[in-house]
Write a protein that binds this ligand. Structure first.
Ligand SMILES: [Zn+2]
Length: 303
């Protein structure tokens, strides 16, 4: 059995053929933002699938599994909110369109939830039952696994870990509230703090970490940022009592300067019973997590 796996992000769509073990047999990637979303993402995705099938000479597949950015109603397989940033995407009926066109079962899940399921299937959380994952990037994405099942909530949009407040008098958020976690814990938040304090522009995450050893001010800003991230994780540990908290996003490659420091801070603040056996690790799958997690959801929950 082979499956067409699709990972729809804000800049690109990844398309692959996976076997039931999650091995990637063919893969390609196409831009979805080439005209600033004037062409709706779903239209680009449908065209890209045709190109992918043609170029890779795909004869057939047994199902379609999709991981997609934004708020996804898992029952309808549709986008019901985008966080406000992507034009012509809200309302996209992904499942309907794909099932009508290809006549095979299709499941759709949010990309952050797919990432944690990917880790459960083939990554760092293999065999574990209670897992919290945050992905640190432009925003903060999240996924929560309770007793081996992804926490969907009512519509499938649960686990929105970028938007719980860690400071009710804090920074205003695009969602309308104040002090949301991603205003403090995202890479965007770190970059803004460094740029504001140092009066510079156009620095990126890697530059910041490269500067830590030679610039004490940068070191302090990063330390404060990790402290903020740890505050959120402490609350999540107390709520969900996970065996492991996984950190995704490019910054999780910084073992010494980031993951180890974060682990230390969380362990100090969390109540002792919650700290015992709690692991805090970098996620393992990186770019493939969405594709692999979408398949896991299709095979397990989506039946
Ligand atoms: Zn918010």
């Amino acid at each position: 059995m082979n499956y067409l796996a699709i990972d729809i992000g804000g800049t690109a769509v990844k398309i692959a053929i996976l076997n039931k073990d999650g091995e990637i047999l063919s893969f390609d990637k196409y831009s979805v933002c080439f005209d600033k979303y004037e062409t709706p993402i779903l239209e680009t995705v449908l065209k890209s699938i045709d190109i992918f099938i043609e170029e890779n000479n795909i004869k057939n597949f047994d199902g379609i599994c999709v991981s997609a950015t934004g708020q996804i109603d898992v029952n309808k397989g549709a986008v019901i909110g985008t966080g406000g940033n992507i034009k012509n995407y809200d309302g996209s009926e992904i499942k309907n369109k794909l099932e009508n066109k290809y006549k095979v079962k299709t499941t759709v899940i949010n990309d952050a939830n797919a990432a944690v399921l990917g880790e459960l299937f083939l990554g760092r959380a293999k065999g574990l039952k209670n897992v919290v994952m945050i992905t640190i990037g432009t925003g903060v994405g999240g996924g929560i696994v309770v007793n081996g099942n992804i926490l969907h909530g009512n519509l499938g949009i649960g686990g929105e870990l970028g938007h719980f407040s860690i400071n009710n008098r804090g920074i205003e958020c695009t969602c309308g509230n104040r002090g949301c976690y991603e205003r403090y814990a995202s890479m965007t938040a770190l970059i803004k703090r460094v740029e504001d304090k140092l009066g510079i522009q156009d620095i990126n995450g890697k530059d910041i970490f490269d500067r830590i050893s030679s610039d004490n001010m940068v070191k302090d800003i990063v330390d404060e940022w990790i402290d903020d991230i740890s505050d959120g994780l402490v609350s999540l540990a107390h709520i969900f009592n996970p065996e492991i908290i996984l950190i995704g996003g490019a910054v999780s490659n910084q073992e010494d300067l980031f993951i180890n420091k974060l682990r230390e801070k969380v362990k100090i603040k969390v109540m002792p019973n919650f700290a015992s056996n709690l692991k805090i690790e970098a996620a393992k799958l990186g770019n493939d997590a969405g594709l692999v997690g979408a398949l896991y959801y299709y095979l397990k929950d989506g039946e």
